[in-house]
Design a protein around this ligand. Structure first.
Ligand code: GH3
Ligand code: MG
Ligand code: MG
Ligand code: MG
Length: 311
C-alpha cells in the first residue's frame, strides 16, 4: 500500500504495477550462445513477469520468432555463432519493423562505434557490458511503451471510433494489400440504413448511435470472412472476393432480412431498421469503379422503395 499523498512515488509505482501486469503477455527472447549468460538474463527478466524464451543460435531465434507471435522484445548478445549480431539484426529487420519488435543489443565489444553499428543495423537500443540493471530495465520499459503507443495509434487510425469496425482508410489499405489484382469473381456491397434520420429525430441521437453499433456488430458477425468497413454516417461497405454473383446476392439478402427481423432495444424502447443494398459484381480491377457501380445500384434500391438489394 502506497499513500496517494506521496505524489511522484505513487505515480511511478502505479505505472510500474500496470507495466508488470502487461508484461505477463509480452514475450521476450534472449539470444546468447552461452547458456550461463542466458540464465543470468532470464533470472533478471523473470522478476518482471515476462514470458521468456531462450535461443542459443540464430536459427533457434528465428524459429522462436516464427512460432511465438507475442514476442515483442529480443535481447541479443554479441555472443552468437552463425553470423555477427549486427548482420542478424539487419536480417530480422527485413521481416519485423522497429515498431513491432524491439531489439536491444548487449555487447562487451570495446569500440566507440558500438552503438552506431547496432542502431544503424536496426537495433532499438544498445547496452555495453557491464551495465547497471536499473538502466537495462528502464530501457526495456521505454521500448515496450513505445511499441504499445504505436499499436494504440495504429488501432485508432484504422478503426471507426463508434462501431469498432475498420474505417474507410483501413478498408482500402487491406483490400489493396491483400490482392495484387482483384479477382474477377468478386462482389462489393454498399449498405445504407433506411430513413435513419427519422430514427435520430424520433428517438434521439444516442439511440441512433446504438442502432449503428448494433448493425455494425451484425455485420462483423455475418461477414467475418471478408472485408467490411463503416464508410461514414449510416453507410457500410462489404467486399467479397472470390464470390459468384449468386452467392454474394444470397449472403447480402440473408443479411438484409436479418436486419429487418432484428429488434433493437434502447432505453426500454424497441427500434427497428431496414437497409438498402447496392451490390456490384463487375469483374473490375479497380475498387473505385466497383464502388461507383455499387453506389448507383444503392440509389436504385432506394428509389425502388428501400429494404432491398439491387444487383
Ligand atoms: P435514406 O433512406 O434515404 O438513406 O434516408 P436517411 O434518413 O437514412 O438518410 P439521410 O442521409 O437523410 O440521413 C442520414 C442521417 O444519419 C443524418 C445524420 O445525422 C445521421 N448520422 C450520420 N452519422 C451519424 C452518427 O454517427 N450517429 C447518429 N446518431 N446519426 C448519424
Ligand atoms: Mg441518404
Ligand atoms: Mg440512409
Ligand atoms: Mg446515407
Amino acid at each position: 500500500y502506497i499513500p496517494k499523498e506521496n505524489g511522484q512515488l505513487y505515480d511511478y509505482l502505479s505505472r510500474l504495477l500496470a507495466r508488470l501486469e502487461k508484461n505477463k503477455h509480452v514475450g521476450v527472447l534472449v539470444v546468447d550462445a552461452s547458456r550461463h549468460s542466458r540464465q543470468t538474463m532470464v533470472s533478471l527478466l523473470k522478476r518482471h513477469h515476462f514470458i521468456i524464451y531462450e535461443a542459443g543460435s540464430v536459427s533457434e531465434a528465428i524459429d522462436a520468432l516464427d512460432f511465438h507471435s507475442h514476442i515483442q522484445l529480443v535481447i541479443l548478445s554479441d555472443r552468437i555463432d552463425e553470423s555477427s549480431s549486427t548482420d542478424f539484426i539487419a536480417t530480422l529487420r527485413k521481416e519485423f519493423s522497429k515498431e513491432e519488435l524491439a531489439i536491444i543489443g548487449v555487447s562487451n565489444i570495446e569500440s566507440a562505434l558500438l552503438s552506431a553499428h547496432y542502431i544503424k543495423s536496426g537495433a532499438n537500443d544498445v547496452l555495453r557490458k557491464p551495465f547497471c540493471y536499473e538502466e537495462f530495465l528502464c530501457r526495456i520499459m521505454q521500448n515496450l511503451e513505445l511499441i504499445d503507443n504505436v499499436n494504440t495509434i495504429r488501432e485508432a487510425a484504422n478503426k471507426d471510433f463508434l462501431t469498432g469496425l475498420p474505417n474507410r482508410r483501413h478498408f482500402f489499405y487491406s483490400v489493396n494489400h491483400s490482392f495484387k489484382n482483384l479477382p474477377s469473381n468478386q462482389a462489393l456491397a454498399l449498405l445504407d440504413l433506411d430513413y435513419f434520420k427519422v430514427i435520430n429525430d424520433t428517438f434521439g441521437h444516442d439511440a441512433g448511435d446504438h442502432v449503428l453499433k448494433h448493425v455494425a456488430k451484425l455485420i462483423a458477425q455475418a461477414f467475418d470472412d471478408v472485408y467490411v468497413a463503416r464508410f461514414g454516417g449510416e453507410e457500410f461497405c462489404i467486399y467479397l472476393p472470390l464470390f459468384s454473383p449468386e452467392n454474394a446476392f444470397a449472403r447480402l439478402e440473408q443479411f438484409r432480412t436479418l436486419v429487418e427481423g432484428s429488434v433493437i432495444v434502447y432505453d426500454n424502447t424497441e427500434i427497428s431498421v431496414t437497409t438498402s443494398i447496392g451490390l456490384s459484381t463487375r469483374p473490375s480491377h479497380n475498387i473505385e469503379a466497383l464502388l461507383s457501380d455499387a453506389d448507383k445500384l444503392l440509389y436504385e434500391a432506394k428509389a425502388n422503395g428501400r429494404n432491398q438489394t439491387c444487383i
